[in-house]
Design a protein around this ligand. Structure first.
Ligand code: ATP
Length: 548
């Protein structure tokens, strides 16, 4: 879940072991600009001015994304965890079509129910996701102690509320100014009775009732009553299959990858040797016509998911649920996200999806949510909702036959569902480290196994003697590792570039190499250098990278 209120905060980042306070907005701006400058992430259709909610991955971004994707696939499908009984569990993969028979989305509930409440502003012509708007009601601290904004509206104590679509310190000040200006100009009768000097602006959790919309001033305007009441907006992108474009040919781009797994449940059972409990995994694109895509690649309209559907008997659900929460935590730690930056939200009953009786959101402290957290992965007990629905809509039996017990049953499902692209953002945010003591001013502290490049081979100078040795080392390493040979510019600038793109090691060929075949290894994090023999470079990298 995305936190409703993001208050003012500051982010503490380790800088040469000194905690340095940096403003979160600046950090995000710097991260976005570094991603563009160094070729991680670009706005889609950049030369045409972009297209809101769509992003392209550049040469380094695609490597980072592939590293995270491949690690997930390896840890889930190729080399799945050991189960509670000490035996490896069984997971197979699929890669299903993005467009499926539209009946699939009727069965899953997406046609009827994949809706976000949305409000339009008649004046600014903007559209907002209602559950992302934060409602601020001015109240008189002395007269209204203990009352929340909703009851103030209900009791007619105020006829004014204000909406913003982010709430932090800067917004708070802007809101205060705007509200005062509004009060002076509009001469609002109720507000006149409150003493302006004593007004406090307080976000309240909960939603504005439809009848109160007339009191609300929208985020980008100065008059109240310009917002429409919320209407449901279906977030699925649709298209038409074939030449005709009538309702009969309407199809949808999948809003999540898991449906393709449920549709292939029977095919997988019939064609492979899996035995319950078992899992089916898929990684791929998903599309949601988000009302307000925001925070870089955190919420985009086209993104990638990595989803596992774990099929087991209902009575085994509690044990497997805990198992998957532990496994997924271990996964995030193994790719460089410390547990201290994660938060496990036991999603409250009233916010659970209708099919789920239990969901834990694994949240990460993104700079734009800090000190709060934003969802990175959801682990949901989906019951047997999906198989039951697809069985009903397709008329096919979607059951598991347990030969040992000689009984059929519809398995329950536990689903760890991760955003791959959101995971990439978490890796970048976690790696981003300010260090004014080095020329780049910043470095990306990626876990070596996630770093797009594992090493750079640098001849100290472009001299005849250094370059051929560096080329030889490069040719020797590139069969096994993502390495780069960089000859241009002075050595300081080349180190700075490698720091900024998060390359953990640089091997430099210099005059000593000619006489004793040693190179320097420079460590990205400590900037410390040591000399090792060229013959040892491969083993050095294997130990530092492959083993992790
Ligand atoms: P949110 O509450 O943030 O809208 P959700 O609860 O709807 O997310 P799920 O349907 O559980 O998300 O999707 C599983 C995962 O897919 C999320 O944990 C997130 O990592 C990722 N995800 C969902 N929507 C988006 C998006 N618009 N852009 C990028 N990743 C997304």
């Amino acid at each position: 879940m995305f936190p409703v209120v993001s208050r003012h905060y500051a982010v503490f980042k380790k800088v040469n072991n000194v905690d340095k306070m940096t403003d979160h907005k600046e950090i995000m701006k710097d991260i976005v600009s570094l991603c563009k400058r160094r070729g991680f992430i670009f706005a889609a259709s950049d030369i045409y001015g972009g297209i809101n909610g769509f992003w392209d991955y550049g040469p380094l971004g695609v490597e980072l994304k592939n590293n995270l994707r491949d690690r997930w696939w390896r840890d889930m499908v190729l080399c799945p965890p050991i189960g509670p009984d000490g035996a490896p569990i069984s997971i197979v993969g699929v890669d299903s079509s993005i467009i499926q028979n539209p009946k699939c989305w009727e069965a899953s509930g997406h046609v009827g129910g994949f809706n976000d409440p949305m409000v339009d502003c008649r004046e600014s012509k903007k559209r907002y996701r209602e559950d992302h708007l934060i409602i601020i009601v001015p109240k008189d601290e002395e007269n209204d102690k203990g009352k929340n904004g909703q009851s103030l509206l209900d009791n007619g104590r105020t006829s004014f509320a204000f909406m913003v679509d982010q709430w932090d310190k800067t917004e708070e000040d802007a809101a205060a100014k705007k509200i005062e200006k509004y009060i002076k100009k509009a001469g609002d009768e109720t507000l006149k009775n409150l003493r302006i000097g004593k007004l406090i602006l307080k976000p309240f959790e909960g939603r504005v009732k439809p009848e109160h919309y007339k009191f609300v001033v929208g985020p980008d305007v100065n008059t109240k009553g310009t917002l429409t009441e919320p209407v449901q907006f279906n977030m699925m992108f649709h298209t038409y299959v074939g030449a005709a474009s009538g309702d009969d040919n309407k199809a949808y781009l999948r809003p999540e990858t898991c449906a393709g797994i449920f549709l292939n449940f029977k095919n997988v059972l019939d064609s492979s040797r899996v035995k319950a409990p078992f899992g089916i995994a898929q990684i791929g694109k998903a599309f949601r016509n988000e009302v307000t895509p925001r925070n870089f690649i955190f919420r985009s309209r086209e993104f990638e998911q990595m989803e596992l559907e774990w099929f087991c008997a209902e009575e085994d659900v509690p044990q497997w649920f805990d198992f998957w929460v532990d496994e997924r935590t271990r996964f995030w730690e193994s790719v460089g996200i410390p547990k201290s930056e994660l938060h496990f939200l036991n999603v409250p009953k009233e916010e659970l999806a209708h099919y789920s009786s239990r969901t834990i959101d694994v949240e990460y402290r993104f700079p734009f949510t800090a000190p709060d957290f934003g969802e990175l992965e959801g682990i949901a007990h989906r019951g047997n909702f999906d198989l039951t629905q697809h069985a009903e809509f397709s008329g096919q039996k979607l059951e598991y036959f347990d030969q040992a017990e000689n009984k059929r049953f519809v398995p329950h499902v536990i689903e760890p569902s991760t955003g791959l692209t959101r995971g990439v953002l978490a890796l970048i945010c976690q790696a981003y480290t300010v260090d004014k003591n080095r020329p780049s001013g910043v470095y990306l502290n990626f876990h070596p196994s996630m770093a797009p490049l594992k090493a750079a081979i640098l001849p100290l100078t472009a001299k005849e003697e250094h370059v051929p040795i560096a080329q030889k080392l490069y040719l020797d390493l590139r069969h096994e590792f993502a390495v780069e040979l960089d000859i241009k510019q002075n050595i300081g600038k080349r180190y700075a570039r490698q720091d900024e793109i998060g390359t953990p090691y640089c091997f430099t060929v210099d005059n000593d190499t000619i006489s004793d075949q040693t190179v320097t290894v420079r460590d990205r994090n400590t900037m410390a250098q040591e000399r090792i023999h060229m013959d040892k470079v491969k083993d050095f990298l294997r130990e530092k990278i492959v083993g992790k």
